[in-house]
Design a protein around this ligand. Structure first.
Ligand code: SIN
Length: 490
């Protein structure tokens, strides 16, 4: 049930600080678990406050040098990093699948997705143009210059261990910032491999530092309190995002927070039903439903309700559940048994409130797995609006559905959530497209489309889903501030 990594140099367990691979100061380590088998995949450094501080010392020193690198030189280092990532896509995909669990084709696909951000920001690095402002009085030259913000702390999640780190580090380095980074304890190996490739690509010592730990708090506390850290970029839960916002207030750091979602997915009577089912399959079941942009509340208009459920149930029942090592697998394990507990509790609660399970609804036994982490892809029909699965992210392969009658009603339901990351709707009515896309309180809207993220697009939410954008030209601005200069006496 395990993969052979061709280039074992990518398998790193130590921190990378000031251009050196180092054990944690306290010498401690912790195991990384393969969620498919519940066995130990690797052992990595278990760092503490001292390592976190050493990383900031190094990044702060390196900032004075890196910020003066010509943009073109930063861009060519990033381009080399992109090339190396793509060259090692198979090994990186295997590492992702081993520690995170997703099917191998998704692991390798994530590597290409991650690399696309590196390539994009390599190109954007050379286009961080400022402005010459027409002066309102004679004898002055007024300009707005873009400058790197300083040391950036990047805190990344386990669900996309390559893509989430790439879309934070690449714009930071492109802008001229230096980085201290903490990957999720569940999936540090992918980040360490990416950092090794960044080192080989020529990222200078101190510019990119990574600190691995099983206990986030001591590391995050150092970064929150240190005034040299000027920006925190975080993807993860809303409670942790709010904590970071509160605790970084005393040093007024700039923040990008990509937090939880509770995406509505709406299908109107006039939609192309086959396209809507295709879109839902992609949006809901990618990474086994462990994405922040997953549809979590599916609303189907009354005229196509039963037909949609029938089409969807057939497709979901055919999904193959299994470990990444099986090339047929489409749904891998959940990250751990705690995730399974939440999924089971959401399904139980929905059923107690009257939902029908049209397929799935239970654990799946997979030969060779000791993990109890596989859950059958599930469709729940007639879900009550008060159900836990409609109010809280399930983060699993469960598609909960309710019926609606009118556009006004469904828009009200869609917006009746504290979250606002992604929303999807399917219709062939051109006027409705404008009305609904403008009416949805969401940072990202899919119109007749289920796959939304791309390096050229601004990814991010509103309300409790956070603020800041990743990807696109706006992704670079997150790592820069604007300096206004006014030259007089001309
Ligand atoms: C996420 O789940 O946070 C990211 C999903 C994506 O990039 O599509």
């Amino acid at each position: 049930m395990s993969f052979t990594i061709v280039n074992t140099d990518l398998l790193r367990g130590d921190n990378f600080i000031d251009g050196q691979w180092r054990a944690s100061e306290n010498g401690a380590t912790f195991p990384v678990i393969n969620p498919a088998t519940a066995s130990v995949y690797a052992t990595v450094a278990d760092s503490d406050a001292e390592d976190a501080k050493a990383a900031v010392d190094s990044a702060s020193k390196a900032f004075e040098i890196w910020k003066h690198f010509p943009a073109k030189q930063r861009a060519s280092i990033l381009k080399r990093w992109n090339d190396l990532i793509m060259e090692h896509a198979n090994d990186l995909g295997k590492i992702i699948s081993s520690e995170q669990g997703k099917p191998l084709h998704e692991g390798v696909g994530e590597v290409a997705y991650a690399a696309s951000y590196v390539e994009w920001f390599a190109e954007e690095a050379t286009r961080a143009n400022g402005e010459v402002i027409p002066a309102p009085v004679a004898g002055r030259r007024m300009m707005a210059l873009k400058e790197p913000i300083g040391v950036v702390a990047a805190i990344t999640p386990w669900n996309f261990p390559a893509a989430m780190i790439a879309r934070k580090i690449a714009p930071a380095l492109a802008a001229g910032c230096t980085v201290v980074c903490k990957p999720a304890a569940e999936t540090p190996l992918t980040s360490l491999a990416l950092v090794r490739l960044a080192e080989l690509a020529g990222v200078p010592p101190g510019v990119l530092n990574i600190v691995v730990t099983s206990k986030s708090k001591p590391v995050a506390d150092v970064w929150l309190e240190d005034p040299r850290v000027r920006k925190i970029t975080f993807t993860g839960s809303t409670p942790v995002g709010k904590h970071l916002a509160r605790e970084s207030a005393s040093t007024l750091k700039k923040l990008s927070l990509e937090l939880g979602g509770n995406a509505p997915f709406i299908v109107f009577d006039d939609a192309d039903l086959d396209a809507a089912v295709d879109g839902l399959m992609v949006a809901k079941f990618r990474n086994g439903g462990q994405t922040c942009v997953c549809p979590n509340r599916i609303y189907i208009q009354a005229g196509v309700y039963e037909e949609f459920i029938r089409l969807l149930t057939d497709r979901v029942a055919a999904l193959v559940v299994g470990p990444a090592s099986n090339p047929e697998s489409q749904i891998g394990p959940m990250i751990n048994t705690k995730a399974i507990d939440k999924i089971q509790s959401h399904v139980r609660d929905a059923v107690e409130r009257g939902a029908r399970v049209t397929t799935g609804g239970e654990l799946v036994r997979v030969a060779g797995s000791n993990g109890n982490t596989f859950f059958a892809p599930t469709v729940l029909a007639d879900v009550d609006h008060e159900s836990d699965c409609f109010r809280d992210e399930t983060f699993g392969p469960v598609a909960p559905i309710a019926k609606f009658d009118t556009e006004a009603e469904v828009l009200e339901w869609a917006n009746a959530s504290a979250y606002g990351l992604a929303a999807y709707f399917y219709t062939n009515d051109i006027r409705r497209v404008a009305r609904v896309s403008e009416g949805l309180e969401s940072g990202i809207v899919g119109i007749n489309e289920g796959a939304l993220a791309a390096e050229a697009a601004p990814f991010g939410g509103v309300k409790d889903s956070g603020y800041g954008r990743e990807g696109s030209v706006h992704g670079l601005e997150e790592y820069m501030h604007i300096k206004y200069t006014c030259q007089g006496g001309l």
